[in-house]
Ligand binder design. Structure first.
Ligand code: SF4
Length: 352
């Protein structure tokens, strides 16, 4: 085993070798059985890491299974159309991940052997420091430590780090060298997954299970009982945004609008329109509040009001290229953003 030389300015862990042993032993006996962990391949690891970005394991599970059935490897994914790929991702959000893994699959079909350094992986579409470290450690056995929000929480509690960070991204960057200094050199993939598993199942944001934690003996805040005071990250003021959406039905179906701009994260995905084609705008003379929907994305609280527009002259409607009438029968075939499918299903009383 390589000797680990932590940077002199980094806090030290009391007996870091025993810490790693305890963590790995706990991980070996307690890790969750997940589809990307059974018969792991590079493709499954990459896919799971893309899907798990900002998304819970329970949400990812059905998507992962469906995806593997549709696109079992890089070749099948590379051969799929962008439309098929986005449709398979429907409801998972952050659609740039789907476009990026599609691009990555096309590159992967040209590999004789996959890149084996974190530097090379970071050049690939959608691959940042976290995914690069996860993939190279889990699939290629490289001693590269992951450091995401989970790790920030565990490390800052383990070491009782008082520093206040301006946001999560700054905390991840600043704590990465510390994560790297204690990684297990022989089983880096399992070690990284062990730390992630600890963060996800034991070291919860609220009410961490310190009394049953496998590394309590090494943890400063666990022993002093103030784990919930860490990490110290400045709270951002939440923003509020009001959006007006329109429910326009004709004999051809419901009017939906598709993101067209290539910079638009929702490009190719339909939603209830927040603007109407000029022809509808001119024609409507009555609108009625159908529903109010609230949701939070990142730091923004959205309050969306959906209005029914009626009394317009259907024959005169000249829709722009990004508007479509979608019938009930065709609703399943179009790609809708997750919340919009839920709202439309509910308001249109479409059987689930
Ligand atoms: S002892 Fe508590 S605070 Fe420390 S790592 Fe375990 S669960 Fe987290």
């Amino acid at each position: 085993m390589k000797k680990i030389k932590p940077h002199p300015s980094l806090p030290k862990l009391n007996d870091s070798s025993s810490f790693r042993d305890e963590l790995l032993n706990w991980y070996d006996h307690n890790h969750r059985i997940l589809p990307w962990r059974s018969e792991p391949t590079l493709y499954k690891t990459v896919l799971s890491e893309f899907m798990l970005q900002q998304t819970r394991v329970s949400t990812v599970l059905p998507y992962f299974d469906n995806w593997i059935k549709k696109f079992p490897d890089f070749d099948e994914l590379a051969n799929a159309s962008e439309e098929q790929v986005i449709k398979a991702w429907e409801g998972l959000g952050y659609y740039s991940r789907a476009r990026n893994i599609h691009k990555l699959a096309k590159i992967a079909t040209t590999w004789e052997t996959p890149p084996d350094t974190i530097k090379e992986w970071k050049k690939l579409p959608g691959v940042g420091p976290y995914i690069a470290a996860a993939v190279t450690s889990i699939s290629l056995g490289k001693a590269e430590a992951v450091c995401d929000g989970n790790l920030v929480r565990v490390l800052s509690r383990l070491f009782g780090i008082d520093e206040e960070y301006k946001d999560g991204a700054t905390a991840q960057k600043k704590l990465q060298p510390l994560a790297q200094s204690i990684i297990d050199q022989d089983r880096p993939g399992d070690y990284n997954q062990g730390m992630m598993e600890l963060g996800a199942t034991v070291c919860h944001r609220h009410s961490p299970l310190c009394m049953s934690c496998p590394v309590l003996n090494f943890c400063r805040s666990g022993k002093t009982g103030d784990a919930e005071d860490f990490p110290r990250i400045q709270k951002k003021k939440k923003k509020k945004k009001n959006i007006q959406r329109y429910w326009v039905e004709s004999t051809k179906g419901l009017l939906l609008c598709m993101g067209m701009n290539s910079k638009n994260k929702l490009m190719g995905i339909f939603e209830l329109p927040d603007h109407l084609p000029t022809s509808v705008n001119i024609a409507f003379d009555r609108h009625q509040l159908l529903a109010t929907k609230k949701r939070t994305i990142g730091n923004v609280d959205y309050n969306e009001k959906i209005f029914r527009i009626s009394n317009f002259n259907e024959t005169n409607l000249n829709l722009g290229e990004n508007y479509r009438w979608i019938s009930r029968q065709k609703l399943e075939n179009v790609t809708l953003s997750g919340p919009h499918r839920k709202w439309i299903t509910e308001l249109w009383k479409v059987p689930k």
